[in-house]
Design a binder for this molecule. Structure first.
Ligand code: C5P
Length: 220
């Protein structure tokens, strides 16, 4: 069984999905972390030619798992979980994610992963492209200002040089790229339930979504 949450950067998808996974005893899949992992590896290899780099993606031995309330990402045995949260990676990820070959790689990785358990996954195109037959779809949104504030608080732990202005600029540019790319742009699925989190507390949005899940699905 798969529940998906799509929406723009910083709308609260990942933290909400994680909290729901923990409370319902299901697994969390952070699709953005997989795009970030590829971006990190591309940057680490010295920004090689993208076509060549993407062709060899199957050699990177990507692994992901949700345990101890954390979505872990590894490549070739290197733990990337924290390394993918920097501004350096955030500034490049939407560019990397706009390539069809990168998207196909991440999509098939995710489809394989969810075969084994019940998942709640968050991303941009999950309800429209990757899991168009998902059991339940949400679309989360919030104003740009609120999203930037939240993302800033999250990022400053791993990257003390980051400013709120940087984060706002990065979100605006990522929204623009994610919504306008040719390959699977960010878009609300027609059958997705909209959750606007502007002005809502974290607890309110989590409870609201858990009520909907309990009403629509039988998870036991
Ligand atoms: O969710 P997060 O902000 O970590 O995602 C990082 C980037 O990965 C997004 O800005 C977007 O460009 C890309 N992404 C995507 N499709 C997804 C998830 C993330 O294109 N399903």
């Amino acid at each position: 069984m798969i529940i998906v949450i799509d929406g723009p950067a910083g709308s609260g998808k990942s933290s909400t999905a994680k909290a729901i996974a923990n409370r319902l005893g299901i697994k969390f899949l952070d699709s953005g972390a997989l795009y970030r992992a590829i971006t990190y590896l591309w940057l680490k290899s010295g920004k090689p030619d993208k076509a060549e780099f993407f062709e060899n993606l199957s050699n990177i031995q990507l692994e992901a798992d949700f345990k101890d309330q954390t979505f872990y990402v590894q490549a070739g045995g290197e733990d990337l979980t924290d390394k993918i949260r920097t501004k350096y990676v955030a500034d490049q990820v939407s560019e990397i994610a706009s390539y069809k070959i990168a998207r196909s790689f991440v999509n098939s990785f995710m489809r394989d992963l969810v075969k084994k358990d019940t998942y709640i996954a968050d991303g941009r195109d999950l309800g429209t492209a990757v899991f168009s037959d998902a059991d339940l779809k949400f679309y989360m949104d919030a104003s740009l200002k609120e999203r930037a504030k939240r993302r800033f608080l999250e990022m400053k732990n791993s990257d003390s040089s980051v400013t709120l202005k940087d984060v706002m600029k990065n979100l605006r540019s990522r929204d623009e790229k994610d919504q306008n790319r040719d390959n699977d742009p960010l878009k609300r699925a027609d059958d997705a339930i909209i959750i606007d989190t502007t002005g809502k507390s974290f607890e309110e949005q989590v409870s609201e979504m858990i009520s909907i899940i309990n009403e629509k699905l039988n998870l036991n």
